[in-house]
Design a protein around this ligand. Structure first.
Ligand code: PSV
Ligand code: MN
Length: 421
């Protein structure tokens, strides 16, 4: 019998912290009422927040210079699901896992799905991988995959994506996410227009294989592994491709995939306007695609992104707005469960603060060209301490009031060191 954080342990932890939470909530409620905000309505709006966990974020990630495994890390996908279930039991905000094929050897998808269901988990977007060669692979992706000059390589990459869809169908997923590294390192190496034509042609074949109700997410990134030119480098290229394909194709915004200085929240608003925002890979970055914990570097930017999402969610003119929330971060130094607790909380805080924005007042300031008061409205929401709300939502969903503290106290990782080595 492997060690688990039991419901009883969570209840005991919550019983201890509940009086302090109640005191905090009473003060928070008073402050909201003073501002004319209905606390119960805020609570109900915040309560459904969830974010998917990347399978590749559950074990130690690597840098280009190496990977440092940590004791007790999951040895295979089933153990990764055990850790994801532990995370979800603590937060009640991480009910789905996003898989990456072939990094995740599914073997028997039906058995995997049954195991996940037993743990209270299901599967989010599937990710294909044609940015690396796999052992035994027939044709190399050294010079590209979906955009390769050789139709046989493109065919192999398309077939891989169709196979990922098939696996996803068996797992109950409803989306395929494609990120490719195709591009070039040297001026002259790649014919820009033809490479994009080939990208579209390959994507059309994948799009045609999408089952009913599925979405295709196209993820852009300015550079790496291609350092001079990347085919899907920015939101513009991504938007062109998604538009050419049709309504099931949407753009996915990875927060780390923008050049320094890019106004990411404006990119988000533009994609919403074009009905092409599919979802997010949340993380944070200091320099480039750093895959650091969400909200660890620039929580204000995260709030501004959430603010655009709330603005759209509350706008009756924006229809069918359900952007997917996924984390995409890779940890070298932290325990991944602790990291994911921190990131989930940072996202939920930003989300909650965006709910606090006095939107009618903000719109009035925008119309009247009052930059000072408009900014004040955002700042007031951002600077509000939403801890009581965050804790109350977690508690009422059955999670832990302080998931990080409980995770440490539970002895989960030391128990896993004994079990997994
Ligand atoms: C690429 O840097 C990326 O953001 C894509 O989402 C990949 O699927 C993921 O990272 C792999 O680590
Ligand atoms: Mn990503």
């Amino acid at each position: 019998m492997s060690f688990e954080i039991s419901e009883e342990l969570i209840e005991r932890h919550n019983r201890r912290l509940k009086p302090a939470l109640d005191r905090g909530w009473a003060g928070f409620e008073r402050e909201l009422k003073r501002r004319g905000t209905n606390p119960q309505r805020l609570f109900l709006a915040a309560r459904p927040f969830v974010v998917a966990v990347p399978s590749w974020g559950l074990a130690a990630g690597g840098t280009r210079f190496g990977r440092f495994p940590f004791p007790g890390e999951p040895r295979h996908l089933y153990e990764k699901l055990d850790d994801a279930a532990t995370l979800h039991r603590l937060t009640r905000q991480n009910p789905t896992v996003s898989l990456h094929i072939p990094w995740d050897q599914t073997g028997n998808p039906a058995a995997l799905r049954a195991y996940a269901r037993q743990l209270g988990l299901s599967f989010d977007a599937m990710n294909s991988n044609t940015f690396q060669d796999q052992p035994g692979q027939k044709l190399s992706y050294k010079f590209g995959s979906l955009c390769h000059t050789d139709p046989a390589v493109r065919g192999q990459a398309v077939a891989h994506n169709l196979e990922v869809i098939e696996i996803g169908k068996k797992l109950g997923s409803r989306a395929l996410s494609i990120w490719i590294g195709d591009g070039g390192n040297y001026p002259g190496q790649v014919h820009f227009r033809r490479a994009f034509d080939r990208y579209l042609e390959s994507l059309e074949q994948i799009y045609a294989g999408l089952p009913r109700g599925w979405r295709l997410y196209l993820e852009h990134k300015p550079y790496e592994p291609a350092f001079y030119f990347t085919v899907n480098a920015d939101w513009g290229a991504s938007y062109l491709a998604a538009s050419a394909l049709g309504p099931k194709a949407l753009c996915l915004v990875d927060l780390g995939h923008h050049l320094p200085g890019t106004n990411v929240e404006a990119v988000v608003a533009r994609l919403i306007r074009q009905k092409k925002l599919g979802g997010f890979h949340f993380n944070d970055a200091q320099y480039g695609d750093d895959d650091l914990s969400a909200g660890s570097i620039n929580p204000y930017r995260l709030f501004l992104v959430m603010n655009e999402l709330q603005d759209a969610a509350q706008d009756p003119a924006v229809k069918n707005f359900h952007p997917a929330f996924l984390l995409d971060q890779s940890m070298n130094l932290k325990d991944p469960i602790e990291d994911l607790i921190q990131s989930t909380e940072a996202l939920f805080r930003a989300f909650s603060k965006a709910l606090l924005v006095n939107r009618p007042a903000l719109h009035r300031c925008q119309e009247k060209n009052d930059p000072v008061m408009a900014e004040q409205i955002l700042k007031q929401a951002f600077e509000t301490d939403v801890t009581p709300l965050v804790q109350r939502v977690r508690f009422s969903n059955g999670g832990a009031i302080d998931p990080l503290a409980l995770f440490r106290q539970s002895g989960y990782r030391p128990a896993k060191i004994k079990e997994r080595g």
